[in-house]
Design a protein around this ligand. Structure first.
Ligand code: V47
Ligand code: SF4
Length: 392
């Protein structure tokens, strides 16, 4: 196998530092790397080395498969009681007039606008407001399921759950059970930011703590449901904070095996209170993907969110451990267009996405939320449907 030979010959390279040899051996023999190793890799800045290691892990786990799915996003509101400094998206409660607040009817109408379209998932996440309480979401999820039972509902984050369950005076378990009964299928990875308490307090003070974020996912996994995890990187955190974040996720995954994919989210600096910080380079992005892939040996998938990093970096990321490029952002998730994503209008049709993956040398697989294969475009031809545009 080419990727195994690449790693074996890399180990023979006399120019490698001793710690690099040690890490390469660990990866070749399926052993874990430590937090210290991860920090070393961030600091060493050896991109070719990282590429060989991350590509090895990627191919051992997922071969050449590169996943995407067809989903659409609904953001119930862009008004939020919290005030995260990096957030380009929320209007503070006092600037409510600049925001939107959808009713359940509004959101059901958005769902209905996809009737007949080949989407498999709705992703629902927005700001936190008191009227979006437990009953509201129970009612919303039940109405979506009544209208389209096969649509997977991936919704809310521990930030919202923590707030609404506290308000309803129910435990995480009871609250999640009620929402699952109503139709919640899985939970996206947002709200994780950075787990280090001091940094979290500085950039996202007031919302759920790191321990609460992890506890919510633990509870969800014990109830038999899956979720994703993210990390917001490239702001005021250090490499040690990144390693700590990855380590807390790896530990929880050892316990529950409930995470499907890890998504590193690059901090974008437009329209927020941290705009004075420069954005990190593409090299830093590729390092982040590769080290995540190498460190998180118990995560099956690493996702690059292409509306955030742009198509070219997303394509490049496939050689740095990434096996999922999310894909089908229908309405150009506002969170990123407001934060200043590389492409102002990141719409990508299914054929374009398939072509991008194939040109990178990988096999495009359309998946559902739980990574069941919907279409394998490495063996199937893409047949244009009535509406193939992933942009509304
Ligand atoms: O938690 C907010 C981030 C997240 C900025 O699970 C920012 O499939 C960068 O979690 N620069 C929400 N990031 C988005 C999210 C997500 C996205 C796509 C797929 C999935 C999934 C999850 O967005 C927030 C926060 O970390 N965010 N502002 C910003 N200025
Ligand atoms: Fe609110 Fe989320 Fe923005 Fe924080 S990141 S202000 S919780 S919408």
């Amino acid at each position: 196998m080419e990727h195994q030979n690449a790693l074996k010959s890399l180990i023979e390279d006399p120019n490698l530092q001793p710690q690099e040899v040690h890490i390469a051996h660990a990866v070749l023999f399926g052993k874990r790397i430590s937090m210290e190793d991860a920090i070393f890799l961030f600091e060493a800045d050896n991109l070719p080395f990282l590429s060989v290691l991350a590509d090895f892990v990627r191919k051992e786990k997922n071969g050449l498969h590169t996943y995407f799915n067809r989903n659409f996003h609904i953001e119930p509101t862009n008004v939020c009681i919290y005030d995260c400094k990096f957030c380009s998206y929320s209007r503070k409660i006092k600037k409510r007039s600049e925001g939107w607040e959808y009713t359940a009817d509004d959101m059901l109408n958005i769902v209905k606008s996809y009737d007949g379209k080949p989407v498999t998932e709705v992703h629902i996440v927005g700001g936190v407001l008191p009227q979006y309480d437990l009953e509201f979401y129970e009612n919303l999820f039940a109405r979506i399921k009544a209208h389209r039972p096969d649509l997977h509902i991936k919704a809310l984050t521990p930030v919202e759950f923590h707030y609404i369950f506290k308000k309803a005076k129910v435990s995480y378990k009871e609250g999640l059970e009620r929402l699952i009964r109503a139709g919640l299928d899985s939970v996206p990875g947002g709200g994780a930011e950075i787990f280090d308490e001091a940094i979290r307090d500085e950039i996202a003070g007031g919302k759920c703590s790191s321990e609460e974020w992890l506890e919510l996912h633990r509870t969800l996994h014990h109830l038999g449901h899956r979720s994703n995890a993210t990390m917001l990187y490239g702001h005021i955190e250090t490499y040690a904070h990144r390693a700590d974040h990855l380590n807390r996720l790896r530990k929880l995954q050892d316990e529950t095996e409930g995470f499907q994919t890890f998504i590193p989210l690059k901090f974008r600096n437009e329209n927020n209170e941290m705009s004075h910080l420069p954005e990190v380079s593409v090299i830093e992005d590729l390092k982040m993907y590769a080290i995540s892939r190498i460190f998180l040996d118990n995560f099956q998938h690493i996702k690059a969110y292409w509306p955030m990093i742009g198509r070219s970096t997303a394509q490049l990321s496939l050689s740095f451990g990434v096996d999922d490029i999310d894909g089908t952002i229908d309405d150009t998730t506002k969170i990123y267009s407001m934060a200043g994503s590389e492409e102002q209008n990141p719409a990508l049709s299914t054929p374009e996405l398939i072509d991008m993956i194939k040109r990178g040398g990988y096999q495009p697989i359309e998946r559902d939320t739980l990574y069941h294969v919907v279409h394998d475009y490495s063996v199937e031809e893409f047949v244009p449907e009535a509406d193939t545009s992933l942009k509304s």
